[in-house]
Design a binder for this molecule. Structure first.
Ligand SMILES: [Zn+2]
Length: 147
């Protein structure tokens, strides 16, 4: 056994080491829109259901006629948690809020709320903001709505 410490010496992870979405055939339109600071969700042309996460078939009627629609970007907090112990890539961000957001369109998505955790309440109105993480990926995040 070597007495040398062979563990790599490295500083804290940087933001660029955070995992990022990898757009695919179903999700590329969503990520193209967020890059333009627009939030879009799919709507079924046959049964009118709004659909999220992005997919190729309607989960209600099985139709493949899903059309991207502009969302209002407004919603309410369905539930949330405050992260105090995070994976290394997110350690510098604690405490932070991960929330399930119910959009006005009727779909639920997971995101962050960039306000102090003590101000977040279930049912609180929120609105989308956009975080240009890289030149290719913009993440939708949320803030408490003031109105
Ligand atoms: Zn449908």
């Amino acid at each position: 056994m070597s007495s040398k410490d062979e563990r790599p010496k490295s500083g804290p992870p940087t933001a660029s080491e955070k995992p990022l979405p990898v757009p695919d055939g179903d999700t590329k339109p969503f990520w193209d829109a967020t890059r333009q600071h627009r939030l879009v969700v799919q709507r079924c042309d046959d049964c009118s259901l709004f659909v999220f996460y992005p997919r190729s078939l309607c989960p209600s009627c099985g139709s493949d006629r899903l059309t991207w629609r502009e969302a209002t970007g407004r919603g309410v907090v369905y539930s949330f948690t405050v992260v105090h112990r995070a994976p290394p890539q997110f350690a510098a961000d604690v405490p932070y809020v991960i929330a399930l957001i119910d959009l006005e369109e009727g779909v639920r998505l997971m995101s962050t709320i960039d306000d102090p955790p003590s101000q977040i309440r279930i049912g609180a109105p929120v609105s989308v903001t956009f975080d240009d993480v890289t030149t290719d990926i913009t993440l939708p995040r949320f803030r408490l709505a003031l109105d």
